[in-house]
Design a protein around this ligand. Structure first.
Ligand code: SF4
Length: 468
């Protein structure tokens, strides 16, 4: 449920009111998925790479505390200041205290889903600190007063005409101009002034190398580099699972990440940060926020392997047609649906049900997370823990009873067919959500079981195998 007590189904209903937008959203993300397929097919050892990445991450998760300490020691030796945050509140307070130490109330920030997860922008704005998101898509949704709807393509739900209106309102571009090149140029001018005047820059981290204490930030726009290189203070934030053991392992992950995300062979900028330049301060905030607890969940710990490529979003038929905001969480899509119940099982009890369990997410995941199996397991945990809606639970119990009693099942089937054939309005009416977007075929005269029994017996008689 979101703040307005709406669950995924209700929020998806809202998104579905604009059918052309749904079609366009669906087609655009499917196009990205196809680009991913072509990029993956060009790498002969793609499956070996996926397997290797998955095993490296297995190793990281089983020795996480060791690698974290190794990273801290190496980064500290490089001159980076390490901070530890147990949860979102601690993370936000650390950032605020760093800003206060430097007497700063404005900063630039490149894309970091962790800061979205921690609600950093809202927290800092309440404290009087202005944050400018410098990723173009993130700046668009920030100006629109919305959260990102996709972890790689934050404003994928917006049409260029809407972006033209937002820029006209906030950046003073001419009304009605929705030319993408013009709008990008306007954003560049607007952001350049911010880059040049902000003394603190915050970035995310894609990979942190335990062996060397360095970290890598991947962007297509160079905004993380621009912010970090111009600022006196560079703060980088990461979830504790973002570690990899050695620098050579980057060759595996960097090849997988962008091919899986957008179908590009490599991210435009894969920048390595190892130490602050002379006169600069560099801080890394290592954030737990439920990750240790997740690590202790045997069936679900693998989801911490995620490298946030969003391939599972782009392939998911439910995500593509329900939009990212319907997941009411920072990391939406299939991976968000298996990460968030760990953070708050009651609030996110709806998300594991927002799936067809088709398994397409697991098929494309570059680190081989068994996403659809975890979705199925979360459903069971949520029901056992009492967080499933009472109506759904009662219906499932009733169905369980019917399916366990063949005589009841056959009688129910016969009754259902009679009702649909003779008084269809009792089930096909405005109160039944199932019929809103479906046309049911005419009910058959007999069930498959009855048909099979009859034909099997007939066949038995014809071949002389009838035992009667
Ligand atoms: S779960 Fe896999 S496919 Fe989905 S975002 Fe994470 S790494 Fe990518």
């Amino acid at each position: 449920m979101n703040a307005n007590n709406k669950d995924h189904a209700a929020l998806a209903d809202e998104f579905n009111k604009d059918e052309p937008r749904v079609d366009w959203h669906d087609e655009t993300l499917w196009f990205v998925r196809q680009k991913r397929d072509k990029a993956a097919a060009r790498v002969a050892d793609w499956e070996v790479l996926r397997d290797t990445a998955s095993r490296i991450k297995d190793n990281v998760l089983s020795r996480l505390s060791e690698y974290l300490q190794q990273f801290e020691a190496a980064a500290t030796a490089n001159g980076i200041v390490i901070h530890w945050a147990a949860d979102a509140a601690e993370h936000n307070e650390i950032i605020l205290s760093l800003l206060r130490q430097h007497g700063v109330d404005q900063m630039v920030k490149s894309k970091s889903m962790l800061t979205e997860e921690c609600g950093l922008n809202e927290f800092l704005e309440e404290k009087g600190v202005g944050v400018v998101d410098t990723d173009l898509g993130e700046r668009v949704v920030q100006l629109a007063g919305e959260p990102p709807s996709h972890i790689v393509l934050p404003c994928i739900h917006k049409k260029k005409e809407e972006i033209g209106e937002i820029f006209h309102k906030h950046l003073g571009t001419p009304a009605g101009n929705a030319d993408p090149q013009f709008l990008t140029h306007a954003a560049r001018l607007h952001l350049r002034e911010k880059f040049l005047t902000r003394r603190v820059a915050l970035t995310g981290i894609n990979f942190a190398v335990a062996e060397t204490g360095e970290f890598v930030v991947c962007t297509n726009e160079g905004n993380a580099d621009m912010g970090a290189h111009l600022a006196d203070v560079h703060i980088a934030c990461m979830g504790i699972e973002k570690l990899i053991p050695q620098r050579r392992h980057l060759g595996v992950f960097l090849r997988l990440l962008t091919r899986s995300a957008t179908g590009q062979p490599i991210t435009t900028y894969s920048s390595h940060f190892k130490r602050p330049r002379p006169g600069q301060e560099m801080h890394v905030v290592l954030v737990d926020n439920g990750r240790s607890a997740h690590l202790g969940r045997k069936d679900f710990r693998n989801s911490l392997k995620c490298i946030r490529c969003a391939a599972c979003f782009n392939t998911c038929p439910v995500y593509r047609r329900s939009g990212g905001h319907s997941y009411h969480t920072a990391v939406a899509g299939p991976i968000g649906s298996i990460l968030t119940p760990n953070l708050d099982m009651k609030k996110f009890a709806d998300l594991p049900f927002a799936s067809t369990l088709c398994g397409s997410c697991s098929n494309v995941c570059p680190v081989k997370i068994d996403i659809h199996e975890q979705l199925y397991k979360w459903r069971q945990v949520i029901v056992q823990e009492g967080y499933a809606p009472a109506g759904k639970k009662a219906a499932m119990q009733a169905m369980n009873w019917v399916l366990s009693h063949p005589a009841v099942y056959h009688t129910a089937g016969r009754t259902g067919r009679w009702v649909m054939a003779h008084v269809p309005f009792t089930v096909n009416n405005g109160l039944n959500a199932w019929y809103k977007q479906r046309e049911m075929p005419a009910p058959p005269a007999a069930s498959f079981g009855e048909w099979y029994k009859k034909n099997y017996e007939q066949q038995g008689k014809n071949t002389g195998n009838d035992k009667k």
